[in-house]
Design a protein around this ligand. Sequence first.
Ligand SMILES: [Ca+2]
Length: 340
Amino acid sequence: MSRLLNVALSIFLAVVGILMLGLPPSPARAECNRQCQPGQARDVNGCCVGRPTPPPDAPVAPPKPRPKPKPANATPAQPATVTRVDGGPASINWVSIARGTFTMGSSEGEDDEKPTRAVTLDRFAMARTETTVAQYERCVQAGACQPPDECKWGPEFRTYGQSGRANHPVNCVSWFQSRDFCAWAGGRLPTEAEWEYAARGTDGRRFPWGNQGPDSDPRPVGNFSDASAKAVKPDWPVIGGYDDGYAGTAPVGSFPAGRSPFGLDDMAGNVWEWVSDWHANYDISATSNPSGPYSGSFRVFRGGSFISDDVRSLRAAFRYSGEPSGAGAFLGFRCARSAP
Ligand SMILES: [Ca+2]
């Protein structure tokens, strides 16, 4: 009997053992039975809890770059401009410049550029380009202008009457000839303040295209004394490392990268430009439409030319002047007009 009981008990235990060994462990149990990772602890059920500590040499995901904040007012909006198609007898491409206030002069410049001050100008228009040979020739043919004078400097660079120069700036003109042309064309010479405003806009930039000099800009921004000039005139001082491709004058509008905030061409380089003012130190009380002193000996011209080798003289605030009868190949003009 006891033998039978022992056999039955053995069979029962064997069946229970088979059943227990054959059952797959539950996933939860497997999770709890695994070896915990460094930094993990076991809970009351023996399960691993907590975030494992990464090994010291674990790759760390680089932080996402934060978007760079946009500089505030990097390029202040300029007053709206309107290009007028009706250019009068000379077919001048006028650019209308809205009434505005800008900082005239420069604290870093020559003594006659100081002090800087706010100047307000009424609406006016400026020619998009320097006056060309073709435009000036129409005035001569109309009997309202005299052909440009003999060049007192640089006769080999004279443009009037030269083949292939119709779209170059007219040069070797006196201040009087420039004034007469603009009157015939329906305008006048710009004041110094109008010229400077048209060249630099309202953000105080140094040059028409920005603040970097042409020697640090990979694009040609104007026609200055450069490697091309050196090839023709080996003794000329030049702007080192700069080559605009022209030894003398260039066709107007050849350097779109150098346009002023109002879209005007060649406000630095090509030819200096007569303005209407006599030269004198600034009258700081004249803050609204200043037009300069009533009399003087020298008329102002602005903007540098193809013989300019000093980057400082290409700044929009820089002033130069000469006898109004003076006529050199480096000197031309553009016209303005009031209330377009
Ligand atoms: Ca040049």
